[in-house]
Design a protein around this ligand. Sequence first.
Ligand SMILES: [Zn+2]
Length: 154
Amino acid sequence: MKARILVLAAVAVVGLVAFLDPRQEKKKKMKCDDQLRQVVRGEDYAQEVLRQEVMNSEKLDDFFNGLMAEVSKEEMADYVISHSKVDTLVDELDLQHVRCCSECGKPMTEGFCIDNGAEYYCSEECLHKHISEDEYQLLYDDGNGDSYWTSWND
Ligand SMILES: [Zn+2]
């Protein structure tokens, strides 16, 4: 009788452990993740097929030009700014109030103009990576030289 109770208790414990086993839950979860991954892969594939078909369509040029005709000046500006360097924009679009820092490439509306515009620097930090204070003072020549600090934003 005692032995039977012990066996029953042991079975109950084993059953409880199996029931609470976190591995069971993990297996189920993995299965779910697998399904999700397959769905995502399917969408990626469809997206790629879409891209290929659009790219190969004979009507793509016309459709694209139609869309471009509706693009606003703002969208055009954002596009060229995100696809070009500042110095290219300054040159190609004859920009008047902006220059491009020769060191960091950022747009600047005031800063150092060196040798009549051969180089521009937005800050003393950028300037001194190329020209020391003494060298700059020589170029500046008390306002008589072709290198000076100025603003293009007037
Ligand atoms: Zn700079």
